[in-house]
Design a binder for this molecule. Structure first.
Ligand code: URA
Length: 441
């Protein structure tokens, strides 16, 4: 077998065999296939695409390139949730305790934020004392005892994906649906999930800017899950404006706590019920999504899910009193209101730009080496469709550094579009994809 022939075959639009895909990935990892050959192949995939079978083969070849987490010491069906990334997306902080309170094990390995999107690990680390670097044994024990643990990714999972992603990033081949689908699914499968619920975001703050592409990506990932025996279901959801009202680590933890007190924003609460009910069905705790939702609503309203968050925080060395007293979370020295210059309606809030403004403040990282400030961030006071009067506060910037605040203010102001007309309603949930097909709402 030669890499040249495999590249040629894909360039000509033919389907590659399992052996050819394995040869390519193994050869790339051993150094027998060069970066320039892999780049040419990725570009051929970009234009020619891959079949469901090829995409599943690529996924599994990348899974085999590194360690695979064995979650079998944890009792029950391990259902993972993955979001394709967003701004203000603190879903895991609400959903994890909610689903764990229902008795479904949540063995969550999460990442840090990069660029305009945040990461669960950074958010949790804004809680004083919270340890995300817990050992495997403690991780397993905690999930068995209290049904939940959240840790940073360790180990050498999917090195082939890391290497290929770095190459795609500099060869204009990131936005290929089969390559994105196999990249995401390889990481979930290597992390040991039995079943996966995907939150595929669409809109200006998401990877998939259009609804159509989001459904295609969702279908590609559900297809991989079906082929490799991991039940996978996807929900396509809005990321045209930030989720909830806060962006920034401690601010998002505060909002998650409020949401578990049943005082959170409607969009975040609804998204958690939608994703959580699917986790309960895949985890064998409910027979239907409606039944799952009812269970979750009761757990939220009774305070059981909030108590579960406290258990999680304390089990990982954090100060559990933050749950009753959110003021104990890090706070900034200063705040700056962003005011509307004219009367009208909030026509759009560019989520990506809000994420960039938060990053500029220090809530996120431009490069992996950047150090974040857990306290800084943005509160969105007016969301899409709301009426505003001139001088009213659109958003509030929480900051510690004046220069950064001024930069963020400029970006945030440009992120808001105020018009005289009200925008058309945009749904939070665009539809679902499972093994039986795609359903648009
Ligand atoms: N996220 C991933 O993990 N991989 C991709 O290829 C794109 C987004």
């Amino acid at each position: 077998m030669r890499a040249y022939d495999i590249i040629l075959k894909k360039r000509n639009g033919q389907e590659l065999s399992t052996e050819e895909i394995n040869f390519l990935i193994e050869g790339y990892m051993s150094g027998k296939v060069a970066d320039y050959q892999m780049s040419a192949w990725a570009m051929a995939v970009f234009f020619r695409g891959m079949t469901e079978r090829e995409t599943a083969d690529l996924t599994m070849a990348m899974v085999r390139s590194g360690e695979q987490v064995d979650l079998s010491p944890i009792q029950g069906i391990k259902v993972d949730k993955h979001s394709t990334g967003g701004v203000g997306d603190k879903t895991t902080l609400v959903l994890g305790p909610l689903v764990a309170a229902a008795g479904v094990p949540v063995a969550k390995m999460s990442g840090r934020g990069l660029g305009h999107t945040g990461g669960t690990i950074d958010k949790l680390e804004s809680i004083p004392g919270f340890q995300t670097g817990i050992k495997k044994e403690q991780f397993f024990n905690n999930v068995n005892q209290i049904k939940i643990a959240v840790a940073g990714q360790t180990g050498n999972l999917t090195p082939a994906d890391k290497k290929l992603y770095a190459l795609r990033d500099v060869t204009a081949t990131v936005d290929s649906i089969p390559l994105i689908a196999s990249s995401i699914m390889s990481k979930k499968i290597a992390a040991g999930a039995d079943a996966i619920v995907l939150d595929v975001k669409t809109g200006c703050g998401a990877f998939m800017k259009t609804e159509e592409d989001a459904f295609k990506l969702a279908a590609a990932m559900v297809g991989i899950g079906a082929k490799v025996g991991r039940k996978t279901t996807a929900v396509v959801t809005d990321m045209d404006q930030p989720l909830g009202n806060t962006v920034g680590n401690a601010l998002e933890v505060k909002e998650a706590i409020l949401t578990l007190k049943d005082k959170g924003p409607a969009d975040l609460t609804e998204l958690c019920y939608t994703l959580g009910s699917r986790m309960l069905v895949l985890g064998g705790r409910a027979n239907t999504y409606d039944e799952g939702r009812k269970i979750l609503e009761e757990l939220l309203k009774s305070g059981a899910a909030l108590s579960k968050l406290k258990e999680l925080v304390e089990a990982q060395g954090g100060d559990g009193t933050v749950i009753e007293n959110e003021e104990l979370l890090p706070d900034t020295k200063y705040s700056l209101p962003l005011k509307a210059a004219a009367d009208g309606y909030v026509y759009a809030i560019n989520a990506e730009q809000v994420g960039i403004a938060a990053m500029v403040l220090g809530a996120g990282r431009e490069t992996k080496e950047d150090v974040i400030d857990p306290a800084v961030g943005i509160i969105i006071n007016k969301k899409r469709g709301e009426e505003v009067k001139s001088g009213e506060i659109l958003a509030t910037i929480y900051y510690n550094d004046e220069h950064r605040a001024r930069d963020a203010e400029r970006i945030l102001l440009a992120a808001y579009t105020i018009k005289n007309e009200k925008p058309l309603d945009r749904p939070l949930i665009f539809g679902y994809v499972d093994e039986t097909g795609s359903y648009r709402i």
